[in-house]
Write a protein of this length. Sequence first.
Length: 117
Amino acid sequence: VQLQASGGGLVQAGGSLRLSCAASRMILSVFWGYNMGWYRQTPGKEREMVAVISSDRATKYEDSVKGRFTISKDNTKRTVYLQMNSLKPEDTGVYYCNFKDANSDLWGQGTLVTVSS
């Protein structure tokens, strides 16, 4: 199963973007069971958690994005989203989606977000 990430781009500080990660071929019952997340990687740094949503929709955010980013999922579309508002230059990076359960750890291909000052 492939995860297809999209929605990145170039935006000015203060702007918004919505990232999407679709697993269109995934069986719904399997999709339900995954914990999902968005991670960010910048040059010279390790990939870091930005936001995660559990199978029962509990969410957790990295401190710097709290109140600005929202993670959500649509089971019928097999898609997880990251709504990013009030973007800052330090949000710049390659964003990766991740689906994880006890048996598998799936990553999307990454989508570049660039926030200009």
